[in-house]
Design a protein around this ligand. Sequence first.
Ligand code: GLN
Ligand code: ZN
Length: 761
Amino acid sequence: MPQATHHPVTHTLGFPRIGRERAVKWALESHWRGEADTTALHKTACDVRAESRQWHREAGVARPACGDFSFYDGMADLCLLFGQAPGRFGNLPNDLDSLFALARGRSSAQGSLAPLAMTKWFDTNYHYLVPELDADRPFRLDAERLLMEIRESLAGDPASKPVLIGPLTFLWLSGGVSREARLQRAPELAAAYASLLSEIAALGAEWVQLDEPILGLDLPAVWLAAFEPIYHRLKTPGLRLLLASYFSPVDGRLSLLANLPVDGVHVDVAAGDDLEALGDRLPAFKVLSAGVLDGRSVWRADLSALLDRLEPLYERLGERLWLAPSCSLLHLPLDAGEETDLPPALAANLSFARQKLDELTSLARGLAEGRGAIAEALEATITARRRLEALDGRHDAGRREQLARSLADEPTRACPYVERATAQQARLNLPILPTTTIGSFPQTDEIRATRRAHRRGEIDTAAYEQAMRAAIAETIREQERLDLDLLVHGEPERNDMVEYFGQQLDGFAFTRAGWVQSYGSRCVKPPIIWGDVARPRSLTVDWSRYAQSLTDRPVKGMLTGPVTMLSWSFVRDDLSREAVAYQLAAVLREEVADLCAAGIAAIQVDEPAFREGLPLRRVGWDGYLDWAVRAFRFATAVAPDDVQIHTHMCYSEFNDIIDAIAALDADVITIETTRSNMKLLDAFAEFEYPNEIGPGVWDIHSPLVPSVAEIGDRLRLALDKVPVDRLWVNPDCGLKTRGWEEVRAGLRNLVAAARDLRHEH
Ligand code: GLN
Ligand code: ZN
């Protein structure tokens, strides 16, 4: 047996922290309810960390990440670590109560203190809390909470590698003051980081990883220029620094990266980073960490292809080559071993966080000892993949050909909007300033309980459908009483806007335990798209037809768009996202056609994730928008001219994508505008957006019901920007999280405000 002396160092950048069976979620929530003290919370966290160390050890990973645990969010932890809680909270010590105050707000004698805002972490579905910096609040290090965790990890495994979000990424992602003002504070913050690094060195850590994923963004030159001087200040005797970039290629910045005063750099090969070019430039004493296993993919890697790529590098770099997943494994579910309900041929191809560890060490062995040493793993990968390819439903050649043929022509409605509008008006006969809602009505306890009982087989399908029909009938009656113009069925049968569709489609699988942290204690369980998407039978037609049968007013059909289904799922790795989006669009197109044939006169295709899908760097935007728009148009263009197509997008900016929004050519778009005080409409006004718009006039995230006057004011603002014959009146988003009382009151006011305004026009 050859001696395995020079195995490349394997390491992780971070690991899921919610624990098996979402242990940390349950612990947090019982703590917040006042049922468990912080000791219990710490115990759970300790167990979760010990288990992930154990898994790293069993797999043989040399340097597990540590210090990446959080009871809520790492950016919020850093706020407290550096004494940056916003002034309204007074002096917050770095403890759990403070963390929960930042995350969830706090009530005080002066009223309630708003929590930090939350926003998406790069292009993931994880949300971080946005620190609010100010121009001169000093950075004061209060590191004991973090140091304790690192001490614990080093005791468990002395090779553990503490991980910190880097100072420039921290500043870039913060708010409170302008970008310029934040950058000005970088030297001062670097000094605080330097003290922290000395303390970490004193605990015996050999390496610290500093994450600077902003290196993959479009960064102003002054920010790029700040890296070198700032990292000079972070040099710490006895400690080596690994600088990590991920999520988006560092294109054009390889020299900057190679020459930073650090001991190693990590790049994201899965995102397209050029490992070989970086290897060429890297000074001979530095480590190159190859993020080769896609840390965002649930699929097993092609180990043999990765070895092809890594072998020449390993030959050149030897032990300077490290191996890792591309990014923290936080964005993956924990353990595919739990997925005992999936078809074995599918389950065998899944690699969640735990499986990534084994793949990682297999790669390292394959490099150091030759492929023969991992023959079994290589063979297993090939066999598993072959079984997946052979799985019924993976590849439907006939369907693919047909799809390619239909996509050959640009999907376009038969007539331009202006003509369609006339046909639609003739059919729908709506007043000016028509009122509508975004789709969902209150999901009462009763509705949820009925869905749950049906899922568990406690009531049969007939009883379930009976209950849902009753809920729909009630929702229709309420809307008639409220005198809304374009009605909806209310979506009582839907748990989640992607899951509901995925569960009825071929090509989707749902995991038992595939939870991924979204924020705090909240987790999502994204479906997995593994096969060609097909629609065995219509998805929504029966419900829509039933709803329409109850009223003379038009009822909108309600679908989730192709891009949103794609963005909120894990997607197969053998087709482009574009190709899968078209498959999703194709089944929606069939559904739209069926709804039209069933006499539905308006259909809404929700795309709240349309903007989220944008690549992190501008260069990729046109390519994405091109196929995202085409997928939407393909789904909707089958509708005859007299069927009104709506779309809906939640809180997002439209300025820089307004041409793409117009290119969707939806007859009506409803958007969320209340919180911006109708500012988000400006982009539409400046562009002279040609179709109809429903800017939301009721912030449904708040329990406050707007008055007729408030709604009227918002509509008047909107009328400065949108011609009266193209303006709709509606809430910001669906009403499913609100109670019936508020919904009735809010809609009553909304209808009254629309009626008042009609008299003025
Ligand atoms: N139709 C959906 C609803 O009303 C839209 C949800 C969303 O925009 N996220 O709930
Ligand atoms: Zn919405």
